[in-house]
Design a protein around this ligand. Sequence first.
Ligand code: PLP
Length: 458
Amino acid sequence: MIDLDQNATTPVLPEAEEARRRVEEEAPGNPSSSHARGRAARRHLEDAREKVASLLGASPEEVVFTSGATEANNLALFGLCGLPPGRIVAAPIEHPCVIEPLKQLEKLGFSMEWLSVDARGIVLTPSPSKGVGPLSPSPSKGEGRGGGDGAADGFTASAAPPTLTLPLPGGGDKTLSPSPSKREGRGGGDGAADGLLASAVPPTLTLPLSGGGKKSWESVRLLTLQLANHETGAIQPVRSFVEFGIPVHTDAAQAVGKIPVNFRELGVTTLSLSAHKFRGPKGVGALLVKSGTKLRPLAFGGHQQRGLRPGTEPVGLAVGMAVALEHAVRTMAETAERLTRLRRRLLEQLRRKVPPVVVNGPLPGDADSLPTTLNLSFPGCRADLLLMALDLAGVACSTGSACSSGSLLPSPVIAAIRVPDDVLRSAMRFSFGETTTEAEIDEAGTRIAACVRTGRGV
Ligand code: PLP
C-alpha cells in the first residue's frame, strides 16, 4: 500500500518506539509515587516535558500532556471560555474536534461568529479600517482602561482611534460598541472573566464576520484558529489575531513537526499538538498553556499536571513523543524541501495524464502551504468512488479528515472555499511524510490517473 494519507497518521519513528519501550521497562513506576521507582518515572516524564517545551519555544510549566490533540483542543476551548454568555470567534475550516466542542459551547449559551475564508482556504485577517471609529469609545474613555495596558496605548494617543476590521461571512458592516460600564470593569482583575487571561481588550477593534458585519472584540471570550489546515494544508495567519488582548487558541496538530512552531513568538494563549502526526506514538499529545492563563480543567480527581489534566501521566508515550519531535525538528527543513518537490512532481504528472486537475488550497511551494499536503479535485470523477478505487489499487488517501472517513458528505473545509460543485465532489487529499519516496509518488501517479480515467468513464 502506498501511504498518501499521512495527515491522518504517520508511521512511528523506530527510535521513538524504542525510547517508549525502554522507559516503560526500566521505569515502570507511577510518576506520582514518592519512592525510588516513582522518582525514576518522574525524571523521565519531566525530561520529556523539558524537551517538548524547548523544541516549541515554551517553558516546561507550560506543557500539559494529554491523550492527543482532540483532548487538548477540548481542554483549551472549554477551559478558556468559562461560563456563558459570551462570543466565540472561529474559522469554519477547523477540524471536527474543534467544531464539535464549539457546537456544544453554543448549546450552553455562547454565540458563535465565523471568520471568512478566501479562495485558497486562508482566513481573512484584521486590517486597519477608517470610518468605523465613531462607535468606538472616545480616547479619554480609552485612557482609563486596563491599568497601563500597553496594547491600548496606540488607541488612546490619537483623537480618532484606528479600528481594525476583518471580513466575516454574513456581510454586514456594523460596529458594536461595548457598554462603558462593561469596559471600565475589565482589565484589572476582572472577576467576570473567569477562565480568561486577565488582559484588557482594546476598545476600538472591530472584526468582520462571515455575515459581513464588523463587531468589536468586546465580549469575545475566545478566538480559535488552527495553525495549518488538515485538508488543504493552508497555513493560517494566527499571529495576526493575537494582539487584541483576547485569548487565542490554535490547533497546531498538523503544523508541529512539519513547519517551525514557536509558542512564545506566536503569542497565542494555548496551542495543541499530537505526537502521531509527527511520527510519535498514538495516544499522546499536549496542550501548551501560556503562563498566567486561567484554564478550567475538563476532569477532576487528581493533582497531576497542576490539576489541569488529572490522571497518571503516560510516561513512556511522553518520552516517545519528545524523541519524535526532536527528530522532526532536526530534519524539518530537508523533509519540507523534498516533499515540496514530490508534491509538484505528482501534480505535474496528474495534470499531464488526466486534465483538468484543480488544486484546492495553496500550491506546492507557496509560503503558506504545508509541505505534507496536496488537495486535488478531478472534475467529473466522484471522490467517494475514487477513494474506494484507489484503496483497491493500493493507494491510501482521503476525502477529508480521518474522523469523517466513512461519510460520503463533501468536505466542509473545501465547501468553505466555495468551489464549484464538481470541484467539491471530486476533492481528494493526498498527504505525505518523511517516509514518502519518489518511486512511490511515480507509482501513485500512474494508479491515480488510471482510477480517475475509470471514474470519469473514459
Ligand atoms: N486537529 C487536526 C488539525 C487534526 O488533523 C487532527 C487529526 O486528524 C486532530 C486535531 C486530532 O488529533 P488526535 O488524533 O491527536 O486527537
